[in-house]
Design a protein around this ligand. Structure first.
Ligand code: A2P
Length: 334
């Protein structure tokens, strides 16, 4: 089987889909045949896989016959519509959208954290939200060592988290600014160049956004801590790639800064960049293009007895999306 699988990438022209093609190639995922899918607009165009052009196809049941794995990143509405059809055609769906994450019958998987959950799948496995993945990677070793009681998290999220339109908007507004032209918001609710927007997704009645509630609910599901207290603030920033998160985590048992450093350094998929005297800490431009999440600025919380505060950065198109999705497929193959 490992010598050749038929793999579908749904949303292959998008930011996460393009990264999925790259990661399948980089990790030498055993692809015998690759089928690319996107919207009607892209049918007839091509994407590139292993240096070869692959035609973009229309999404229809017959096109999924013989597919082993389908990686879906075409949006929640599309996943809701197409994933059941793709499963019926015989494929295992690894879905990057929000459509099935909180469905109790669908595993929500970060392979380093809850690989066991993947075994219970019924055809669909969900990849968490990109900010959740980057945040939960360092939370897991702290939880195992001291039992988390409360998490305060503020995110600084790249425009590519909003897809190709988000990337284009930051680029266009930056060029318009350099030409002295008026900056017109099209995709984001306000100007994103030279600005911060503390608003991602829709607001709920309690004042939290849907993006913030993803971090709350998905972290609880992944860590199997339904009552964990979490208060997030998610912010869109004028950065092309990588989500950064400032986290304060409180635990039942005190974890010193030195112990936290040691726990992070040993956890698979996490790397430590914590040498403040050398100005060395994770930043988006240094982390972009890497699969690990990087932690730094580790210190004990001045305001609580059992708190540790840190800064974590991850390439959200890779570990926050494509890499995590391909790792899930690798897990199923083992
Ligand atoms: P297309 O390029 O044809 O619009 P991103 O997250 O970067 O915005 O990418 C979204 C991906 O989902 C793209 O590949 C896009 O294809 C695809 N997509 C968007 N709407 C649909 C749809 N209604 N049906 C299928 N694919 C879609």
């Amino acid at each position: 089987m490992a010598s050749g699988l038929t793999v579908a990438v749904v949303g292959a022209t998008g930011a996460a889909g393009q990264t999925t093609l790259k990661i399948l190639e980089e990790r030498k995922f055993p692809v015998r045949e690759l089928r690319a899918f996107a919207s009607e607009r892209s049918v007839g165009t091509t994407v590139t896989f292993r240096g070869e052009p692959v035609p973009v196809r229309r999404i229809e049941a017959a096109a999924f016959t013989g597919v082993d794995f389908a990686f879906c990143s075409a949006g929640s509405a599309q996943s809701r519509e197409y994933a059941p059809m793709i499963v019926k055609a015989g494929a295992t769906v690894i879905d990057k959208s929000n459509a099935f994450r909180m469905d109790p019958t669908v595993p929500l998987v970060v392979p380093e954290i809850n690989a066991h959950a993947a075994r219970q799948h019924r055809g669909i496995l969900a990849c968490p939200n990109c900010t959740t993945i980057v945040a939960v990677m360092p939370l897991k070793p702290l939880h195992d060592a001291g039992r988390l009681t409360r998490v305060i998290a503020t995110s600084y999220q790249a425009v590519s988290g909003a897809g190709v339109k988000g990337i284009a908007e930051l680029r266009e507004q930056t060029l318009a600014w350099a030409r002295g032209e008026t900056l017109v918001p099209r995709h984001f609710p306000h100007q994103i160049a030279f600005n911060l927007i503390p608003h991602i997704d829709t607001f709920g009645a309690d004042g939290y956004t849907a993006e913030e509630m993803k971090l709350v609910n998905e972290t609880r599901k992944i860590l199997e801590t339904p009552d964990l207290k979490i208060t997030p603030t998610t912010v869109r920033v004028p950065v092309f790639t990588c989500h950064s998160i400032a986290v304060t985590a409180e635990t039942e048992a005190k974890i010193s800064a030195a112990r936290a450093r040691d726990l992070f350094a040993r956890f698979p998929g996490l790397r430590l960049w914590d040498e403040p005297a050398q100005n060395r800490y994770p930043m988006p431009i240094a982390v972009e293009g890497q699969d690990d999440c990087f932690v730094g600025r580790i210190r004990e919380d001045l305001s609580s007895a059992n708190g540790v505060t840190f800064w974590v950065v991850g390439d959200q198109l890779r570990k926050g999306a494509a890499t995590n999705a391909v790792q899930i497929a690798e897990l199923l193959l083992r």
